[in-house]
Design a protein around this ligand. Sequence first.
Ligand code: ADP
Ligand code: MG
Length: 606
Amino acid sequence: MADIIHLLPEAVANQIAAGEVIQRPASALKEILENSVDAGASEIRVVIRDAGKTLIQVTDNGSGMSEKDAEHCFKRHATSKIHKVDDLFAIHTLGFRGEALASVAAVAQVELKTRRRQDDMGFSIQVEGSKVTKKAPCQILPGTILSVRNLFYNVPARRNFLKSNTAEMRHIIEEFQRVALVNPEISMNLFHNNKQLFQLPEARLRERIVAIFGPGYKEKLIPLEQQANDIKISGYIGKPQYAKKTRGEQFFFANKRFIRHPYLNHSVENALQELLPGDSHPTYFIYLEVDPKKIDINIHPTKTEINFQENQLIYALLRSTIRQSLGKYNITPAIDFDVEQSLDLTPPVQGKPIKNPFQRGPVDYNPFGNHSPRRKDACSPSSPQGWEKLYEGLKNIPEASASKPDAPECFPQGEGEGRTVDFCQIRQRYILTGIKSGMVLIDQQRAHQRILYERFLSQLEQKTHVSQQALFPQNVTLSPSDAGILREILGELRVIGFSINHLGKNTFVINGTPAGMKEQNMQDLMENILENYKRNMVELNLEQKTNLARSMAARIAIRPGKQLSQQEMQSLFNDLFACHIPGLTPDGKKILVALTGEQIEQLFKQ
Ligand code: ADP
Ligand code: MG
């Protein structure tokens, strides 16, 4: 029998390797940007066309390459950054495997123009599917221009796998931001389809953050600074009151490299625990500097997952650092600060629940006021904060009186004073009502969304089974990928109250819906819920339960245009203020606007 093992041609081997390094336009951009940083550039300009599918072009004013290096750089394992095995353990540059350009050139049409400062002429080389197609001298300023055209032109399976331009562009922006956040001293610009998306002049870190995320950030950041046990921590943490509903701006960098580190994220959330409202997440930009020998970066080719040898020490140090800073900037009660001054570095045991740092004594300062009406006792009535002001006394509202539906409901207020509550619906969209301190205007759709979200979430968490509303069975047929997702969340949908079964292939039958839900076209409903669900999954990386609760709430909530009766408004109002966070929708939109008596008086002063 003939020998059957043969060596793959280099182009094929490169293409296979490329799969590991270059998954999408954003991963190509990341590698190219990192090369520009490694080359010592002080200015980088990125031009993107069609979310990187047609063109990714990076121009830098870095070291440039000699003619020979320009030819070599596309070969696999061609790198100027490591020479021997030992170098692997002391990496200070971003790239080092010498794989990136070889990978990009295997799956795209690439043009490199480069010139070193000491050379009079530049050199240009074109490579297509790993083959050099053209070489020539060229005129160019010192530095490098790398243009990557038609990524995956020769790997249709990958090209088809790319997401919409919006989704791919989001990844590109993410990578651009990550590089920009570790290199504030480099001036960076990003253009997409001739539109400038970012113009980031050379700056200090704080200004860079503001330049990227908006002027609102000027007020939001508390600096972090710590150096102990050979570990340096710096950066900023967002004030807890600006925490977001989604895990948006959370950045860890280790030795100038963006990393993901759920364990350290836990440390941050733990440090802020009592200061964050229920389902919100802190913003942070945290930079760690650790001896490279104590990091194993090599565990993943795209290198965002890394492991520290001293994980637990870093966890404890980070938590203390954050609490110290909060204390210094008066965000946290002094009582905690005093204890934290001593820098308690006992590491928690990984995997075990971690003690709440704020359990000692009452927390007398909470920048949010107290959100939850269930914790009314925690709020001093003489100085109500935030929402507390709004639902002062509301606990006494009785259920809407069913016996006299048309009469305005009366209920006693705190000190025995009587008051009449009327709800007024404005433009079939907003609910207006008086409250003790003034008046409040509520967006009916958003309020309902919040109520449903909390209800679904608690059902999902407690697995309480809810009664279902019988329905004339309706079949729903979905695309194979949607059907796959639906199968995954079938159990959760049942907990929420759907009676739903898989009929085989991509078809499902729905026999019942959650109590209180109006009968409607199930095909539309499911498609819509799945649409929301997928979007949340891609954009926000939400946990399954949260995602489902949100998607359902968004889909099912009453819309503007729905006329509501007095009782309906009353119960919406009561349910809203029984929520943990009555003021914001799950995705962070404002639900209500309140005016105090004084504010109303002000409006009439003139
Ligand atoms: P790595 O960065 O891992 O060394 P790459 O494939 O990304 O591997 O790059 C190969 C080599 O090409 C680098 O080591 C560097 O010497 C050179 N190079 C790449 N991009 C640039 C650039 N923009 N300016 C100067 N040299 C570059
Ligand atoms: Mg590189």
